[in-house]
Design a protein around this ligand. Structure first.
Ligand code: ADP
Length: 505
């Protein structure tokens, strides 16, 4: 490993509250109670800034999966949740969001400690985001509606029909989330499912289970009836796979890699589950010749270095018009080298480590592959000699469309910059990817932006901004970036079934 010797500050000690929470006995939330896993097996959890073990969580086995599914099924079919009015569901979701707000500081600290992101970012993005997703989705609970229509061809001469379509909760949902925004991803999944009246089994990523467990405590405190939300910590290939295969689960909602998404999609077919997948990306950022250079530089830095580049929508392919290529790259390199790396709980830190050793090695190996294939590193390009999993913000130039750093998702702070001269050429290059999650266009020419937007094959297109996600904006991917749309009214399609009713009157 290539390592430089930039000093990394020491990770400050966590608060007593967080220290006590991470030291608690490994437990799973099943049917409203914190229970042991029968096998007693546990999984170690690490602080990515130091590489030190900070906690052990339970490794849920098949038996716990069965118990959680049974609890979720019972809660869905009968009891307080099934009988609850939409307004009561709304109120309990709001209660949970208030508890998230009450414990925001603690949650941000926990998220930072476990994921590596800065406490500051967790406190302005992840935690308020989780709160606001619950609030936004709470509003949908009372607005789920069906339609009435006339049958179009009749069938029986002279007969009259009353025909309508009702929307019903899909049932028991297993939700498998990744490690890049652990709390926010849990909220993205739980909030709409609960608003729709489903019951849930949430499986956080094995690397970052702590904030989901803390959320579980708040869920119990908020007063959700037993079995409505169950939280199973465990490994993807065992706990996750068992949920996907379980005949008692009606739907899988997954966010993670395209590779695992494909496995899940295939496995879920055996039991014909509903599946929604939010997968990888390799999002292009297209800078037109008239763009404001300062805005493009700041935008490019934020697009790729936010959350240490561990963002599915990261702007990892940067296409800059030749006219301003040098200026934008120079500015971006300046931004990259001035970012202060450090542990998340240290106030002065601007960018934290990657989530795990595995991820650090993966990102570094991509940088090496880029170099081998002819790319030039103009900023960063190496790890920092420190026990944590740090990789410097990296800018690559002399890239071409065949390189792995241009084609594959790196999920780290590495951007491949390419120059272009012609708009048709850049549209072709931007769309030349198996992914289609998002893209951004940087220009002051309104007409150019509007002409370009329909030509880009992506679920989200930003103009003069990047990585902006809102609970009201449908989110998801074209092509290998996924199936289905989360957020907004669109997410209700993922958590409801349509029932056509036709009555001869
Ligand atoms: P990443 O590449 O970002 O680590 P993964 O797709 O591997 O993302 O993991 C995202 C989530 O999927 C995690 O919660 C992980 O435990 C889970 N997972 C991994 N493999 C499987 C699998 N075969 N079946 C179900 N879930 C899985």
């Amino acid at each position: 490993m290539n390592a430089s010797s930039n000093a990394i500050a020491a990770q400050p000690n966590p608060s007593n509250k967080v220290r006590d929470f991470v030291a608690r006995k490994p437990r799973l939330l099943i049917n409203g109670e914190w229970v042991d896993s029968r096998s007693g097996k546990t999984i170690a959890v690490f602080d990515p800034a130091t590489g030190r073990e900070i906690a052990q969580v339970a490794d849920a086995g098949k038996e716990e999966v069965d118990r959680a599914v049974a609890a979720a099924r019972a809660a869905f079919e009968s009891g307080p949740w099934a009988d609850m009015t939409p307004a009561a569901r709304e109120a309990i979701l709001w209660k949970l969001s208030d508890l998230i707000e009450r414990d925001a500081a603690e949650l941000a600290e926990l998220e930072s400690l476990n994921n590596g992101k800065t406490r500051f970012m967790a406190s302005i993005i992840d935690v308020p985001g989780a709160r606001d997703w619950f609030r936004y989705m709470a509003g949908w609970a009372t607005k789920i509606e069906g339609t009435t229509m006339q049958t179009s061809i009749g069938g029986i001469p002279g007969a009259k029909f009353h025909t309508y379509v009702a929307r019903e909760a899909v049932g028991v949902v297993a939700q498998i989330v990744p490690w890049n925004f652990p709390l926010a991803m849990a909220a993205w999944k739980l909030a709409p499912a609960l608003a729709a009246g489903c019951t849930c089994i949430l499986k956080p990523a094995e690397q970052t289970p702590l904030s989901a467990l803390r959320l579980g405590e708040l869920i119990v405190e908020a007063g959700f009836p037993p079995g409505v939300v169950n939280i199973l910590t465990g490994l993807g290939e065992t706990t996750g796979a068992a949920l996907v295969a379980h005949p008692g689960v009606d739907k899988i909602a997954f966010t993670g890699s395209t590779e695992v998404g494909k496995i899940i999609n295939k496995s879920a077919t055996d039991t014909m589950k509903r599946v929604s997948l939010e997968l990888g990306g390799k999002s292009p950022m297209i800078v037109l010749p008239d763009a404001d250079v300062g805005a493009a530089v700041g935008g490019a830095a934020m697009a790729i270095f936010f959350n240490s580049g561990q963002v599915c929508t990261a702007g990892s392919r940067l296409y800059i018009h030749s006219k301003i290529f040098d200026k934008v790259v120079e500015g971006l390199c300046g931004a990259a080298s001035s970012i202060r790396l450090g542990p998340g709980l240290e106030q002065a830190t601007e960018m934290g480590p990657l989530v795990s050793k595995e991820q650090q090695e993966r990102v570094l190996s991509y940088i090496e592959s880029g170099k081998k294939e002819g790319a030039t590193v103009v900023a960063g390009g190496e790890a920092v000699s420190h026990p944590g999993y740090f990789v410097k913000p990296t800018v690559l130039v002399n890239c071409n469309p065949r390189m792995r750093v241009v084609r594959e998702e790196i999920f780290g702070p590495v951007v491949a910059a390419q120059r272009y001269d012609d708009l048709d050429e850049v549209v072709k290059a931007a769309n030349d990817s198996p992914f289609g999650l998002s893209a951004s266009i940087w220009t002051n020419n309104l007409s150019a932006a509007h002409r370009l937007i329909p030509r880009i094959k992506a679920g989200t297109v930003w103009v003069n901004c990047h990585n902006l996600v809102d609970p009201n904006m449908p989110f998801g991917g074209f092509k290998s970036s996924g199936v289905g749309r989360e957020h907004g009214r669109a997410v209700l399609d993922l958590y409801t079934e349509l029932k056509s009713v036709c009555m001869l009157v």
